[in-house]
Unconditional design. Structure first.
Length: 141
């Protein structure tokens, strides 16, 4: 990213991950309402898009905490780097969730009927975590 004045320190990397994982919990569980999870399996539905957008807003807030601080990265203008990473999170989160719902529907996996439902939920959460790895790598380089 061109406008970064300094790389994140190791401590900041750890705290950035902590902020993103806290954001993930808040956005994926308390802030996800039935309208979101009932409609994530319909491609392009506003329910899934709004859920992923909440994640993007959370990502922007979480990472903005590290901008313009000594030893952190300095951003100019409308925090374009953070906006770019937040949009990346929106797009990836949306598609991971959509794919998870499609797989569960295809195989008729449910939380009380198939252990594969839980494996897929674990894979979903792992892919979201790997998205955060990619985002921090992008910012720190």
């Amino acid at each position: 990213m061109d406008n970064l004045s300094a790389m994140l320190t190791p401590d900041q990397i750890v705290w950035a991950f902590a902020a993103l994982f806290l954001k993930h919990f808040i956005c994926d569980f308390p802030l996800q309402v039935p309208y979101h999870y009932r409609n994530k399996g319909t491609y392009g539905h506003i329910g899934g898009i709004s859920h992923a957008s909440i994640h993007a807003i959370g990502t922007f807030i979480a990472l903005s905490a590290f901008a313009d601080h000594p030893g952190g990265f300095e951003l100019h203008g409308p925090h374009i780097e953070i906006v770019t990473v937040a949009v990346f999170d929106l797009v990836v989160h949306y598609h991971v969730d959509y794919a998870k719902v499609q797989i569960n529907r295809h195989f008729h996996w449910g939380p009380t009927t198939h252990e594969q439902f839980w494996w897929l939920l674990g894979l979903d959460q792992f892919l979201h975590a790997m998205t955060y790895v990619a985002m921090i790598w992008w910012i720190k380089t």
